[in-house]
Design a binder for this molecule. Structure first.
Ligand code: ATP
Length: 276
């Protein structure tokens, strides 16, 4: 399959309020074209609501959403250059794998829908099972068909909502690598929602850690791990030993005299705080 170019995704002041509850709070975010971006956070932090607003399934209370520089905030889901892969594969059970993958381009009247569907199936290494029905496939194979069905539409942005959540651990780890490989190959912009730290850290170029509807910290996985800016991020990304204290003086990396403190986080500062 030809390498498609994804588009930048930009969220400007995006907020979602449900009656009596703010799920997403003034989110500002730019995801560069062709990158693999992960939204990581605990249950209820607003990840799926954010994704649903990008897909057009939820309307922001405030803010704008731009894809490739075009404001899509008021566009219906099918008018956006976006496809979503859900945890529940949502394949059509009565159709073959090939028909499932052809469905989108076929409906849009694309002339070479069948060839494109075969290409997408080759990409996920399932073309040899094109004649089967979803019930004759394993969970991992069904998830790959769901991915092919999204990729065949060549969306500028591909949204993945816990796409590996229904798979057992071994298959999940294997699919993480495959998904990352496919993203490299097709070059689309991937936005992946997960509460699995390891998944986000191994797959994404950039990880945004969400907490209570806000992005607590965003950066390359290794930067988040090495330099978490808050105790929440440190705890969420791994095991950590936190000590509460007060900084009396000094700068990060060159401490003279301090007591270890919550605000003395990140860990380089901790390591340099000798006399607490
Ligand atoms: N239609 C709705 N009406 C009211 N509150 C909602 C609605 N949809 C979501 N919420 C609330 O908004 C918050 C964020 O929900 P969201 O589904 O975005 O979380 P999440 O981070 O994706 O969680 P999970 O990992 O469990 O899917 C939750 O507290 C949820 O209860």
């Amino acid at each position: 399959m030809a390498k498609d170019s994804g588009a930048d995704l930009e969220l400007a002041g995006v907020t979602k309020r449900f009656p009596g509850f703010t799920a997403v709070e003034a989110l500002d975010l730019t995801i560069p074209a062709g990158s693999f971006f992960a939204l990581l956070g605990p249950s209820g932090c607003g990840k799926t609501t954010t994704l649903r607003m990008v897909a057009g399934l939820e309307t922001p209370t405030e803010g704008r959403i731009l894809i490739g520089g075009n404001d899509v905030t008021d566009r219906k889901p099918h008018q956006r250059p976006v496809n979503t892969v859900f945890q529940s594969y949502a394949l059509f059970p009565h159709m073959t794998v090939l028909r499932n993958v052809m469905f989108g381009p076929g409906r849009r009247g694309v002339s070479d829908a069948q060839r494109r569907a075969h290409e997408a199936l080759q990409l996920v290494e399932l073309d040899h099972l094109a004649g089967r029905r979803p019930s004759q496939l394993s969970g991992g194979q069904q998830q790959r068909v769901a991915l092919a069905r999204a990729i065949v539409n060549r969306p500028a942005v591909l949204l993945l909502d816990e796409p590996l959540g229904a798979l057992d651990l071994k298959l999940r780890r294997q699919m993480q690598l495959e998904l990352k490989g496919i993203q490299n190959e097709v070059g689309l912009t991937f936005v992946h929602v997960t509460h699995d730290q390891e998944e986000a850290m191994t797959m994404a170029d950039t990880v945004a850690v969400m907490n209570g509807g806000r992005i607590e910290q965003m950066g390359a996985p290794e930067d988040l791990y090495e330099l978490p800016r808050t105790a929440f991020v440190a705890n969420f990304l791994g095991q950590s030993n936190l000590l509460v204290g007060t900084v009396l003086s000094g700068e990060t990396g060159s401490w003279s005299r301090s007591r270890v403190t919550d605000s003395a986080w990140p860990p380089t500062a901790r390591a340099g705080a000798p006399d607490g």
